[in-house]
Design a protein around this ligand. Structure first.
Ligand SMILES: Nc1ncnc2c1ncn2[C@@H]1O[C@H](COP(=O)(O)OS(=O)(=O)O)[C@@H](OP(=O)(O)O)[C@H]1O
Length: 325
């Protein structure tokens, strides 16, 4: 999406760094790109990431392409709850676009991206689920309500990117959207299913242009290669891990669908999951059931492995994407 928006004559991205393609679309300002004591609350400093007002003059007066718009396609903005009020203080009328991918796919994409960058992760979604598996252990989110201007924890990025639960938390979309709903008008927020973007890229790009107030007719659509594509190099999520993640996300996904009044259909293959309990009795767990309860009921220890049996019932990541300022 960022690559498409860059093509519009009225839209500028950030003036990014060059060593990785992510840095030409993502400021990482709110997650401490300028240091954890930088406050990440200053409008002037945030503005310095973007082209100068000379660009506005060029776009609006010379090219006559409409109102000049800038965007920051930094997914961590929406992964960190404390960013909502900082962003609102800087740009209260920003248009927010949340592009959300099936969080199971998103979690694997995140691991692949980090491994391809050479990050030595101590865990992998390619491994079988084991008894007491720490990959799914909940960790506290002690930065959720960090006050504006407060210093960021030194290990914020490690927690966000390197800890499995840090990544899973990003996929609890209803919870991540909630702070933004408190600080921004609903009509300034747009929600996109990544699957719609990939299957109907032109249509979704056009909708985004209309939403932000850019004239779609000024940008003839062109198919582009996927941005930030992660080479799999034969790596696959372990089936047991995938099932466990499906169950992990079933309840947060249902809350997202209720919040937005729209069923994204992620993991519809595990609509009903029958587990074998330790006593050998099958228990039915529905995606809307209470968080944590499913796992307590449904997993059996067999030779040190945790076993779940999913009954398939029909059918077969963020991320949040951009803040327009
Ligand atoms: N047009 C199009 N079609 C299909 N897939 C696409 C497209 N654009 C981006 N992608 C896939 O999106 C993943 C990268 O997303 P992001 O650029 O948002 O990365 S990040 O979240 O900012 O890290 C990354 O997913 P994976 O390859 O699964 O890792 C990209 O391949």
């Amino acid at each position: 999406m960022a690559n498409h928006l860059h093509r519009h004559p009225a839209i500028s991205g950030i003036d990014g760094l060059t060593w990785h393609e992510a840095l030409s679309k993502e400021s990482h300002f709110f997650s401490g790109g300028l240091g954890r004591h930088s406050g990440a609350s200053s409008a002037a400093i945030y503005r310095s990431y973007f082209p100068t007002v000379l660009q506005r003059w060029w776009v609006e007066r010379v090219k006559r392409a409409g109102k000049w718009l800038c965007f920051d396609a930094c997914p961590v903005i929406a992964c960190l709850d404390f960013t909502a009020d900082r962003l609102a203080a800087i740009s209260p009328n920003a248009k927010l676009i949340f592009m959300m991918r099936d969080p199971v796919q998103g979690a694997f994409s995140a691991e692949i991206m980090m491994r391809n960058l050479g990050v030595p992760l101590s865990w992998s979604w390619t491994e079988d689920v084991a008894a007491g598996d720490t990959r799914f252990a909940e960790s506290p989110d002690d930065v959720a309500t960090l006050p504006p201007g407060a210093a960021l924890p030194e290990d914020l990025n490690q927690r966000l990117y390197f800890s499995p639960y840090g990544l899973l938390r990003c996929g609890h979309y209803a919870d991540r959207i909630a702070p933004f709903l408190r600080h921004f008008k609903r009509e300034n927020m747009m929600f996109i299913d990544f699957a719609d973007f990939t299957s109907n890229t032109e249509g979704v790009v056009r909708e985004v242009l209309q939403f932000v107030g850019a004239d779609p007719s000024l940008m003839p659509f062109k198919a582009l290669p996927p941005g930030m594509q992660g080479e799999r190099r034969g790596r696959q999520m372990h089936p047991s891990c995938k099932r466990k993640l499906r169950l992990h996300f079933a309840e947060p996904n249902q809350r997202l669908y209720a919040l937005l009044g729209r069923d994204f259909g992620w993991g519809s293959d595990v609509v009903r999951s029958a587990y074998v309990t330790a006593g050998g009795t099958a228990a039915l767990a529905l995606p809307g059931s209470q968080k944590g309860k499913d796992e307590a009921v449904g997993h059996q220890q067999q030779g040190g492995k945790e076993v779940s049996i999913a009954a398939v019932a029909g059918g077969t990541k963020s991320v949040p994407l951009a803040a327009m300022v």
